[in-house]
Design a protein around this ligand. Structure first.
Ligand code: CAA
Length: 379
């Protein structure tokens, strides 16, 4: 792995940092408090190329590498992890999956809107009884010749109410188990498709999460991605890449928390000196900085593996496992460094602490990452 970032990668990082600081910082507390979807901000992110970073320019994307994506995700997550999860799902799960496995017609129909931020995409795998055990799909896509009849419920869907296009995983042939699962493109407005109310969440409250209900939805055959039965592999593949995005989100939450704690420790005085001069605080800052650097290296390693067309299931899972723990630990310590001020909203660290938790849960819990890593090691 080359440890030196290219000029282009540095420029992407600088652009994301500038955007996050100037456009996301103001209003982030209010969006969190009122669970307000960052519609304007996402539109601007689309205009700046952050919604389809790795998609080929032919379909309106930025044609960038995964390393650039990780750098941008970190900067945006430092300020607003709600914006970055919307960005991550759109980039990693929806755009990447469509570009890699979609037909030319599907790509031309959906990618320009998704990459420009005109429309948002969602990925629907989880169900009331199929979270970690993703093979247990109860949503059915019955083959009716020229269309599939889709029935069932999906849970915890990021961008659930705001998306226009959904990649839905459903069981067509139960006997074939995971080899009988398909992935279908479902458009908002298809008859029989409704979304549930927004979940009232602990963190990433600006992003919208809800259930999806399908009741005899007729999905044309041409909306299937890949061969019949490819849906489970599709889900595993997009999630392997998605974990790099969420690892970078966790990294950003950690580095955002650390930067706030560092700044505060130099300003706040106790016992006659800035608290940064007390060893108790210095040790916390040293631990945070070391863990963040280690998490960043794992994120860049996974991104590098993906860019080099090497297997990235293990490195992506390692990056997510480690970075999400670092996010949680660092945010908790950042609150501690702030003392009582850390417990109120205007100092931002309590929000980062709440946001951190989901990075240990979605796109596979920490336990799932350990399953993926150990299987790769033992293979
Ligand atoms: N790439 C390609 N294929 C893969 C793969 C990968 N990375 N990982 C597994 N597969 C294939 C296997 O080769 C196997 O195929 P064959 O049998 O045809 O050879 C098939 O998938 C089944 O594999 P496993 O036997 O390993 O499957 P399993 O049932 O034991 O489960 C698991 C594996 C890793 C636990 C998986 O179920 C999993 O990842 N679960 C977590 C699901 C998850 O992350 N959900 C998150 C929801 S999305 C989300 O959170 C988005 C959001 O809102 C932000």
């Amino acid at each position: 792995m080359d440890f030196q970032l290219t000029e282009e990668q540095l420029a992407v990082q600088a652009a994301a940092r500038e955007f996050a600081q100037s456009e996301l910082w103001d209003g982030v507390i209010e969006r969190d408090e009122h669970q307000k979807f960052p519609a304007e901000q996402i539109k601007k992110m689309g205009e700046l190329g952050f919604m389809g970073m790795m998609v080929s320019p032919e379909y309106g994307g930025g044609g960038m590498d995964t390393v650039s994506y990780v750098l941008a995700m970190e900067e945006i997550s430092k300020v607003d992890a709600s914006c970055s999860v919307i960005m991550s799902v759109n980039n990693s799960l929806v755009c990447w999956g469509l570009e890699k496995y979609g037909t030319e017609e599907q790509k031309r129909k959906y990618l320009p809107g998704l990459t420009s931020g005109e429309i948002i995409g969602a990925f629907a795998l989880s169900e009331p009884e199929a979270g970690s055990d993703a093979t247990m799909q109860r949503t059915t896509a019955e083959d009716k010749g020229d269309h599939y009849l889709l029935n069932g419920t999906k849970n915890w869907i990021t961008n659930g109410t705001t998306a226009s296009v959904y990649l839905v995983i459903a069981q067509t042939n139960a006997e074939a188990k995971h080899r009988g699962i398909n992935v279908l493109i479902v458009d908002k407005g298809m008859e029989g498709f409704v979304t549930g109310p927004k979940e009232n969440k602990l963190g990433i409250r600006g992003s919208d999460t809800c259930s999806l209900m399908f009741n005899d939805v007729k999905v044309p055959k041409e909306n299937r991605i890949g061969e019949d039965g490819f849906g489970f592999k599709f889900a595993m593949q997009v999630l392997a890449g998605g974990r790099i995005g969420i690892a970078a989100q966790a990294l950003g939450i950690a580095s955002g928390s650390y930067e706030l704690a560092l700044k505060y420790s130099k300003e706040r005085k106790a016992f006659g000196v800035p608290i940064s001069q007390h060893q108790a605080i210095q040790f916390k800052l040293a631990d945070m900085a070391t863990n963040i650097d280690a998490a960043r290296l794992l994120c860049l390693q996974a991104a590098h593996d993906k860019d080099a067309h090497q297997d990235y299931a293990k490195s992506g899972a390692m990056a997510k496992l480690f970075a999400s723990k670092v996010a949680m630990d660092t945010a908790v310590e950042a609150v501690q460094v702030h003392g009582g001020y850390g417990f109120v909203k205007e100092y931002h660290v309590e929000r980062l602490m709440r946001d951190a938790k989901i990075t240990q849960i979605y796109e596979g819990t920490s336990e799932i990452q350990k399953i993926v890593i150990s299987r790769e090691i033992l293979k």
